[in-house]
Design a protein around this ligand. Sequence first.
Ligand SMILES: [Fe+2]
Ligand SMILES: [Fe+2]
Length: 339
Amino acid sequence: LSVILTVDDAEVELAVYERLIRAVAWPGGAENVSFLSSADALLWAQSHDVDLAIVDYGMPALDGLELIQRLRGSDRHRETPIIMITAALEHAVRYRALELGASDFLTKPIDRTEFIVRVRNVLASSDIRKKLAARDDELMLREREAIHRLAGAAEFGGRAAGSHVARVGLYCGAVARALSLPLPICELLTLSATMHDVGNVTVPQSILGKPAALNSEEREIVTRHALAGHVLLQSGESELLRLAAEIAISHHERVDGSGYPRRLIGDAIPIAGRICAVSDTFDALTSRRPYRDAGTVDRAVEHLAKHAGTLFDAAVVNAFLAALPEITQIKARHEDEVR
Ligand SMILES: [Fe+2]
Ligand SMILES: [Fe+2]
């Protein structure tokens, strides 16, 4: 069922729209919700999705232009198709309406055929958009699931069921938001960071799952996972994989230059790597390992604070601490499934 919002201060006109909308005979059915006052329409539109809004220009109080501007100002109606009804010669008004985001115009007096065709076209494209959006959502869900599974497979010989990489991704997203990075970047980082340890596929299971601390030779083999992950991911063309490659190679760098593999210092380490370093360390300290129990959140936080500015980027540690309530929620929601 498609929803059409009609707003006009003249009851006669609303009745005309109602009749014409019925004449459109939209296959999925069209519900017409009409308002005599734009203020009432706006209030209703705050909590309802609309497939098409038809608004009169000349109305008392809030005119059609202001109504369009306010609808466009809300997240819900940023994309809603809006047709404005004007008199034939109101060119200046039309230009202004276009600037404010009107999709199309109809001229008074309404031409029956024109109205029906316009409305049908708008509903058809709105339908297609809805279907595409649903498919995007599903693709994204599948992509996310595939990445989690594959990234998790590299983790501790699959023993931790991938919860570590999922948590680290989510922690990174929370820290990035606390640093006020642009939201699309925060989302990209959340997913990219789940791949930070994919290079572990090159590390023997006997080392990854060893129920004791590693000796120096084994540690040296483990350090190769940073570069190996980068090599695996770097030929990717998407922004997602490029960022993942950057994180893979930089998440064990430390700001004082004591990290690996490139011994980068300070801001020479990409910000995504500095964020992942803090998130990854926090998760390592608060997770169970084959050879030790999980440490407490307080101890992990203490460790991060103590090494802010030496091992870890101080601003990133601050952001992590600011996001701690969210971080502990994520942790509680994504406990390891111990097998
Ligand atoms: Fe790592
Ligand atoms: Fe890790």
